[in-house]
Design a protein around this ligand. Structure first.
Ligand code: DSN
Length: 414
């Protein structure tokens, strides 16, 4: 970072402070992770200099021989990792990737089904004020009030009633595994295109810790920087019959020049995820999440759906008398980063909801295991129970820092 230090001290110092924050804190935002130094090198490499509109072998500008090698490797490794028929590695991120899928396979105004935002769906799954909600007629399904789990009978009923052209299965804040086969059956019953958004769980699927929708679904989208532990970005997988439409929608339909530095990072991350050690990582992410969930329950935290099958936990703080926004802010102060989140049927506003969302991908990358989950549950409990006790919070912050410094973050020297 010496060049940045010489040239731009303000940015250098902000990055240094961020390094310190990442090293000294417990990162529990379930969509975040620490990518490898190799991936970061690729993202910061000279590949950022190159324009390469088009696809390998069919580019618009010259000088593509090395770019084609890189993108072909990313595609081949993506296919191998997920067993996909066709892969597009160019989407800049999850939202443009989902938009490209809709643009490829739907007409504006078509009916689509997706999970309600306040039940765990994403803004690109039909939020009325987002592009998805304005361009398409989204019909939302939700979770069962008692179980907190997706109500597949409601999905079936709504599908038969509305005859959607596409059903989106996937989430951004839902703690349970998805029954892909059941979704696919419903899609087949009504002739809908099946679309899975596995952004949160792609790494757990690649690591064979969760079942994959790829064999059954028409189209599958994932971001590459969450459990998959790659660079910021996304990829689309689909059946061969949709390949042309998807590629055309990504470029030139929606995007211009692909970010080949990020695509090189994706190729490296996919290679890492193909190694046996990655499967151990994926298993441990889930073991940690289940253990953390149990430890929180022991301390009288109420979990949506009463637990987790994945990396993600959604806590309803109503019984603690501390709203999500205040919990997030105070936990931030002690070095525990997570996010406030709506819970299903939340009586509070999305800006200050009743819940918090947390997860284990990042802390598992650092090597934390079950004993550390117990400490983290304890710190969360003590913070929530002593929300106005500055002395106690300062003490917890020291304890958090002491533990974190024993677990290195890739690319950060302590
Ligand atoms: N922002 C992501 C998440 O936190 O789940 C979704 O796009």
């Amino acid at each position: 970072m010496s060049k940045i230090q010489d040239q731009d001290l303000e940015i250098f110092e902000a990055i240094e402070r961020e390094k310190q924050r990442q090293a000294e804190g417990v990162e529990l935002i379930p969509s975040e992770n620490y990518t490898s130094e190799a991936v970061m090198e690729a993202c910061g490499s000279i590949l950022t200099n190159k324009y390469s509109e088009g696809y390998p072998g069919k580019r618009y500008y010259g000088g593509q021989e090395n770019i084609d090698t890189i993108e072909n490797l990313a595609i081949a490794r993506g296919k191998e990792l997920f067993g996909a028929e066709h892969v597009n590695v160019q989407p800049y991120s999850g939202s443009p990737a989902n938009t490209a899928i809709y643009f490829a396979l739907l007409e504006f105004g078509d009916t689509v089904m997706g999970l309600k935002l306040d039940h765990g769906g994403h803004i690109t799954h039909g939020l009325p004020i987002a592009f998805s909600g304005r361009a398409y007629n989204f019909v939302a399904y939700g979770v069962d009030k008692e179980t907190g789990k997706i109500d597949m009978e409601e999905v079936r009923r709504l599908a038969h009633e509305h005859k959607p052209k596409m059903i989106v299965a996937g989430f951004t804040a839902y703690p349970r595994d998805i029954d892909w086969k059941a979704f696919k059956e419903i899609c087949d019953e009504v002739g809908a295109i099946s679309m899975a958004d596995i952004s949160h769980t792609a790494g757990l699927i690649a690591g064979k810790a969760l079942e994959s929708p790829v064999p059954y679904f028409d189209v599958v989208m994932t971001t590459t920087h969450k459990t998959l532990r790659g660079p910021r970005g996304a990829m689309i997988m689909c059946k061969e019959k949709y390949a042309k439409a998807i590629d055309r929608a990504v470029f030139p339909g929606l995007q211009g020049g692909p970010h080949e530095n990020a695509i090189a990072g994706k190729a490296i991350a996919f290679k890492e995820a193909l190694q046996p050690a990655y499967q151990e990582y994926a298993q441990q992410v889930i073991k940690n999440a289940k253990h953390l969930a149990e430890e929180l329950k022991k301390r009288d935290f109420k979990l949506v759906s009463d637990g987790t099958d994945t990396h993600l936990i959604l806590v309803d703080l109503t019984n603690k008398g501390v709203p999500g926004k205040q919990a997030q802010a105070r936990l931030d102060e002690v070095g525990i980063t997570l996010n406030k989140n709506t819970i299903p049927f939340d009586p509070r506003s999305p800006m200050d909801p009743s819940g918090i969302r947390l997860g284990t991908p990042a802390i598992t990358t650092r090597g934390m295991k079950e004993p550390e989950m117990e400490k983290i549950a304890d710190w969360i409990d003590r913070t929530i129970n002593n929300i106005d006790n500055e002395e106690m919070l300062a003490q917890i912050k020291e304890e958090v820092k002491e533990m974190c410094l024993k677990f290195p973050v890739p690319g950060i020297e302590i």
